[in-house]
Design a binder for this molecule. Structure first.
Ligand SMILES: NC(=O)c1ccc[n+]([C@@H]2O[C@H](COP(=O)([O-])OP(=O)(O)OC[C@H]3O[C@@H](n4cnc5c(N)ncnc54)[C@H](OP(=O)(O)O)[C@@H]3O)[C@@H](O)[C@H]2O)c1
Length: 291
C-alpha cells in the first residue's frame, strides 16, 4: 500500500495523521477547500495538497484514481450536517467502489446513533450507514473528544481561562473520556493494512472519564489560570448556547448542548484496539496547556 487519499485531512486529526503517514513514506493526497489553510502540510515531502470540492462527484472520481486507500475525516460541529456527514460519506464510498480503491476508513464520533439527541450525532450515524451500505468492509472509528496540541477543546478553555475571571459553564456534568490524538492516529494507521479490521467499528476512548467541569478545572490548574467555575443548569446552558449562535465563529450551539446530554464514554473495560494502550490526559496535556 502506497497511495492514500485523506479527505478532511487538513484539520486537527488529519494533520497529525498526515504527518505520521508521511513519515512512514506513504504518498498522500490532501484535498482542501482553501490551500492557504493547509500550508502546514505542504512541507511534508510525500504530501500533495490540492484545492478541490470533495462534494463534487467528478472531482472525487479524479481524486480516487490510483489510490490504495481512502480515509474520510470531514466533520463539522455546526452547519449542513446532512450534506457533510451523511451525503459526503455516501459519495466517498461510491467513488471508492467505482475507482476500485480497496480500502476505506472513516472517522465518525462516539455515541453516534440514529436516535441520538443531536443533529450532529444522528448525522454521524446516518453517514456511517450511508458509507457502509456501499462499502461494507470499511473500517469506522468513533472517538470521544480528542485532546492534543492544537485541539479545539482544552486549548479553547485554556484561552478563555486566561481572560475570564469566572467561567459560567454550560453542561458542567457532561461526561467525556478524552483520547489522545496520537492514539487515534495509531489506531487508524494500525487498521490500514489489518484485514481483521475490515467491516469493524472501533470506539476510541482514553483511560478515564471526566465531567466537563473537571476538565475545565484541570485545564485552569495546569495552564496557570485556575478560575471559579459556575456550572449552569440545563435551561441556562441552552440559553447560553443559543446566544452564542449569534456570535460569528461562536464556540457552542444548542445542538452541541444536545450532544452533551448523553455521555461520550466507552463501555467499562473497553480498551483501544490493536493492542494499543491509551495515554492518560495528565501525561500529555500539561505539555501544551502550561502557560
Ligand atoms: N476533534 C475531536 O475531538 C473529534 C471527536 C470525535 C470525532 N471527531 C471527528 O474526527 C474528524 C476530524 O475532526 P477534526 O477535529 O480533525 O476536525 P477539523 O480540525 O475541524 O477538520 C475538519 C476537516 O474537514 C474539512 N471540512 C470541514 N468542513 C468541510 C466541508 N463542508 N466540506 C469539505 N471539507 C470540509 C476541513 O478541510 P478544509 O477546511 O481544509 O477544506 C478539515 O480538513 C471529524 O469527522 C470529526 O467529526 C473529532
Amino acid at each position: 500500500m502506497k497511495n492514500i487519499l485523506l479527505i478532511g485531512g487538513t484539520g486537527f486529526l488529519g494533520s497529525a495523521l498526515a504527518r505520521r503517514l508521511a513519515s512512514a513514506d506513504f504518498f498522500l493526497t490532501l484535498p482542501t477547500r482553501r490551500r492557504d489553510r493547509a500550508k502546514h502540510l505542504t512541507m511534508l515531502p510525500t504530501a500533495n495538497v490540492v484545492e478541490a470540492d470533495v462534494h463534487d462527484e467528478a472531482t472525487l472520481a479524479r481524486l480516487m484514481a490510483g489510490q490504495d486507500a481512502v480515509i474520510s475525516l470531514v466533520g463539522i460541529l455546526k452547519g449542513n450536517f446532512q450534506r457533510t456527514h451523511v451525503e459526503l460519506p455516501g459519495k466517498i464510498a461510491r467513488a471508492a467502489v467505482s475507482a476500485g480503491v480497496p480500502r476505506l476508513l472513516h472517522v465518525s464520533a462516539l455515541a453516534a446513533a440514529t436516535n441520538a439527541p443531536s443533529n450532529y450525532l444522528r448525522s454521524k450515524a446516518e453517514g456511517e450507514v450511508a458509507l457502509k451500505t456501499v462499502f461494507p468492509m470499511a473500517t469506522i472509528f468513533q472517538p470521544s473528544v480528542i485532546f492534543g496540541r492544537g485541539d479545539a477543546f482544552l486549548t479553547l478553555f485554556a484561552d478563555l481561562l486566561k481572560i475570564a475571571p469566572i467561567v459560567p459553564l454550560a453542561c458542567p456534568e457532561a461526561r467525556f473520556q478524552p483520547v489522545w490524538i496520537e492514539d487515534v492516529v495509531s489506531a487508524i494507521v494500525a487498521s490500514l493494512e489489518n484485514s481483521a479490521s475490515h467491516g469493524q467499528t472501533y470506539p476510541l476512548c482514553g483511560p478515564q472519564i471526566y465531567t466537563l467541569q473537571e476538565l475545565v478545572a484541570y485545564t485552569g490548574k495546569v495552564s496557570g489560570h485556575p478560575r471559579p467555575i459556575l456550572g449552569l443548569p440545563p435551561s441556562l446552558s441552552y440559553l447560553q448556547a443559543w446566544a452564542m449562535e449569534f456570535v460569528p465563529g461562536g464556540p457552542m450551539t444548542r445542538d452541541n448542548v444536545r450532544s452533551m446530554s448523553i455521555p461520550s464514554t466507552c463501555p467499562a473495560g473497553c480498551t483501544l484496539p490493536f493492542g494499543l494502550t491509551a495515554t492518560p490526559l495528565e501525561a500529555v496535556a500539561p505539555g501544551y496547556l502550561a502557560a
